[in-house]
Ligand binder design. Structure first.
Ligand code: MRU
Length: 361
């Protein structure tokens, strides 16, 4: 397994609360906040204090523990505790609609709640243990993704990435940036081009920060520049993360990813998605079924609190887009790299590992 220098732990359960990096403050301030209540966790996910599909999955699992701790103080019967906790779990899962890791992790906690034979205190403890297990597994999974992905990175490659699918989008190490980290450990001549990623600038604010912390050569470009550099032959491959992958391989990721994928296809640049199996939603056949989050217009009309357009202009702000499976060269998972035909390769990997079969709602 490869080591990495900036051992950022984005989110961590500490005794009775969740501790996380406040990502709304990056890159100016690297500050941790303690989330001590269930509703506070719902707000932290919604306002993107914590963000990135695997990280919000773990945040959702922590949120269920926080609500369980609160309800345990209310003198409820065991049945009433379980009923109310299931409702709170559904509420936490509704904080953001696109990244399926959130629903997946909350569903894992609901399995604990509904299958436990313990009393209330025992259920709270079991939920805590499950949350810590998901947290630890996330880093191990990302290192496996990184090591599989590194095998397809050409020597001395320039890798383009969009948004942030790094240590700060997961518990640690990252998915797309996990591939970069593992490749860099083997070949320090590789480098990264990071798309700025409007409107929230996760590429500029977060990806450039965590890669330069690790000493990985990184060049920031704006979103419209990718085809220019591909045409010049300056990009050897693209690696991005994912928020939800349908059973046919269609992949939802940060808005702008689809544009990068089309440009990559046109210029014959390999386009890889790196994601854990928990991002694959086998309950949906195609990307058309993925709910795309609509976010506040202010994210588009303002930068750092300053208006950048005519105040009366119409605005639309979808947070994600869906890249059709035919534009994807491979999906790098902890079980290896899935290749087209994705309907077949995804079905095969899920048949091998039934523990990932988790009912979403
Ligand atoms: O809106 P965000 O910042 O949560 O979106 C993040 C992304 O789109 C990431 O690429 C995706 O969640 C994968 S993170 C490993």
């Amino acid at each position: 397994m490869t080591e990495f220098k900036s051992k950022i732990k984005t989110i961590e359960w500490v005794d009775t609360y969740s501790r996380m990096v406040d990502q709304t403050l990056l890159p100016e301030e690297f500050k941790y906040v303690n989330i001590t209540g269930g509703k506070q966790m719902y707000d932290a996910i919604k306002t993107m204090i914590v963000r990135g599909a695997p990280a919000i999955g773990v945040a959702g699992a922590h949120g269920v523990v926080l609500y369980a701790q609160e309800l345990a103080k209310e003198n409820l019967s065991r049945d009433e505790f379980i009923k109310q906790l299931n409702e709170k779990a559904d509420f936490i899962a509704s904080s953001r609609p696109t990244a399926v890791n959130l629903m997946w992790a909350v569903a894992k906690q609901k399995e604990v709640i509904n299958n436990s034979s313990s009393g209330i205190a025992g259920i709270v403890e079991e939920l805590k243990q499950k949350a810590i297990q998901l947290e630890n597994e996330d880093i191990e999974i990302n290192k496996k993704i990184g090591d599989y992905g590194a095998e397809v990175v050409p020597e001395g490659a320039t890798i383009l990435t969009h948004c942030n699918a790094g240590a700060l989008a997961t518990v640690g190490y990252g998915t797309a940036l996990g591939v970069v980290r593992s490749a860099f450990a083997k070949d320090p001549t590789i480098q990264v081009f990071a798309d700025e990623t409007r409107p929230r600038q996760q590429g500029a604010r977060i990806t450039t920060l965590e890669l330069t912390m690790d000493g990985i050569p990184t060049t920031l470009i704006t979103d419209g520049m990718c085809s220019y550099f591909m045409k010049k032959g300056m990009i050897d491959m693209v690696v991005v993360g994912a928020d939800r992958i349908a059973a046919n391989g269609d992949t939802a990721n940060k808005i702008g990813t689809y544009t990068v994928a089309i440009a990559a296809k046109y210029h014959n640049v390999p386009f890889y998605v790196a994601a854990p199996l928990s991002t694959i939603d086998t309950s949906i056949k195609t990307g058309d079924e993925i709910v795309i989050e609509e976010r506040s217009h202010e994210e588009v009309t303002h930068i750092n609190g300053k208006i950048i357009c005519a105040p009366q202009v119409n605005v639309i702000n979808p947070g994600f887009d869906v890249t059709p499976h035919e534009l994807i060269t491979g999906i790098i998972t902890e079980k290896g790299i899935l290749r087209p035909d994705y309907k077949k390769s995804i079905a095969e990997v899920f048949n091998q590992d039934l523990s990932y079969r988790c009912k979403h709602y």
